[in-house]
Design a protein around this ligand. Structure first.
Ligand code: DSN
Length: 443
């Protein structure tokens, strides 16, 4: 029986999501559209199997083929990222980063990561998370020009002597300075962990420098620029194994049984293996190069139209629109108006955001999905023009200072933009463009 026959409700929801994507542009930089082959592996019977442990050392029988697929994923990860050790079992990014803490730190150690409002990741020491609860967290920041503040990094590292330093972020549009961060970590004897979740596909393709020569540990999710299924990989570099020859074993033990997860998701492991094979092809190299070309053209197109971009551009797949020239906390207005026009992006803080993370003053945009669909520079210019028109449409709204007034103000905003002729027109044009560039796994 098909899904349509057994569960028409779920079937219809999936179909509706497909239709939303067919007619819109996904521009959240941490998302991508996987290939049919990745989806086939992900939807396979491998999901049925329990296999706690690692290849050759399982707590359950019947794992000879699961061992094969996990070994294949491990070997491909090692080859793709040029590292001697990889664990492919972590369920996703935060569990992977949790394993790093468990492998490299003791509870109560000092750790340092890029501040959350400055583009860092929650699991790198943000207050709301375990990483600030079980460890002492000292965040570093970016300067007002959007680049990492190295004077501060050096000062904080020397003063606080963290056991672990994170390099990597979720909303940083510039190259990650792996070599400079390694100098800091090496001077104070800290572990350097590079979280390359966002840029993994660019790293494999050689479009962004690799952290492998500089960091001790590398983590990545597999579903962003790498274009695989949801999942993660934790790696030890040669440098990491030289610092501690047991690092690999410690990471394995941290992921399972020491971490926050049980049996591996074998269907996910198989799909990661498929994605890694795809990522090592010449076509993927071209794809990754096009992601960054597209991002540069998009950022330039927005700036030409008067839209402010944090740091004045991008080196990777994402950019941050800074709406503070018009007021504070306008990210939600732009996100919602773009959504109505069929462009999906996410509100985001900007460096030194004068508003709050709930009402941030920026918007994050990325090109991985639209590049997967085959869009190039010409389409980026068109998209830049649409986004600039939407910025123009929302820029005179002002988030009320009084928190109690915000809900009704936003309700009114939604009512007004819902009937905007500009948005209606843009939406029609977005649908027309989207239909010309089908998503590989959506027919
Ligand atoms: N949630 C991811 C992102 O959007 O960047 C990071 O984990």
């Amino acid at each position: 029986m098909t899904l349509k026959q057994t569960d028409p409700e779920v079937y219809e929801i999936i179909e509706a999501e497909k239709q939303r994507r067919r007619e819109g542009l996904e521009m959240i930089p941490s998302e991508n559209h996987t290939s049919p082959a990745v989806l086939e592996a992900l939807g396979s019977i491998l999901t049925d199997k329990y296999s706690e442990g690692y290849p050759g050392k399982r707590y359950y029988g019947g794992n000879e083929f699961i061992d094969k697929v996990e070994n294949l994923a491990i070997e491909r990860a090692k080859k793709a990222f040029l590292v001697p050790y990889a664990n492919v079992q972590a369920y996703s990014g935060t569990p992977a980063n949790t394993a790093v803490y468990l492998a490299a730190c003791e509870v109560g150690n000092m750790i340092m990561g890029q501040s959350l409002p400055d583009g860092g990741h929650l699991s790198h020491g943000a207050n709301a998370t375990f990483s600030a609860r079980f460890y002492k967290s000292q965040p570093y920041h970016v300067k007002s020009d959007g680049y990492i503040d190295f004077d501060e990094v050096w000062r904080l590292a020397r003063e606080h002597k963290p056991k672990l330093i994170w390099v990597g972020a979720s909303a940083y549009a510039r190259q990650f300075p792996f070599a400079e961060m390694a100098e800091v970590a090496d001077e104070i004897g800290a572990w350097l962990a590079a979280d390359i979740a966002h840029i993994a596909g660019l790293v494999v393709a050689g479009v962004h420098p690799s952290p492998a020569p500089h960091a001790h540990i590398i983590t990545t999710t597999t579903h962003k620029t790498l274009r695989g299924p949801r999942g993660a990989i934790v790696m030890a570099t040669q440098k990491g194994l030289e610092k501690d020859p047991d690092l690999g074993k410690k990471i394995d033990k941290a992921v399972f049984p020491g971490g926050v997860q049980g049996g591996p998701h074998n269907h996910q492991t198989a799909a990661i293996a498929v994605a890694l094979k795809e990522a090592m092809t010449p076509e993927f190299k071209e794809y990754a190069a096009q992601i960054t070309k597209n991002a540069k053209v998009l950022a330039a197109g927005l700036m030409e139209r008067g839209v402010k971009i944090v740091s004045g551009g991008t080196d990777n797949h994402l950019m941050l629109i800074d709406l503070t020239p018009y007021g504070n906390g306008l990210g939600i207005f732009l996100e919602e108006a773009l959504d109505m026009a069929g462009i999906t992006a996410n509100k985001n803080t900007v460096p030194q955001d004068p508003s709050s993370p709930f009402y941030p003053s920026g918007l994050r945009l990325g090109t991985p999905c639209i590049t997967t669909r085959g869009m190039k520079e010409k389409e980026m210019t068109e998209i830049a023009a649409w986004i600039a028109r939407v910025v123009d449409l929302i820029k005179d709204y002002q988030l009320p200072e009084d928190k109690g007034e915000r809900k009704s103000y936003l309700r009114n905003f939604r009512k007004e933009v819902a009937v905007s002729e500009t948005l209606k027109k843009i939406k029609e044009e977005v649908i027309e463009l989207s239909k010309k560039f089908p998503i590989p796994a959506i027919h």
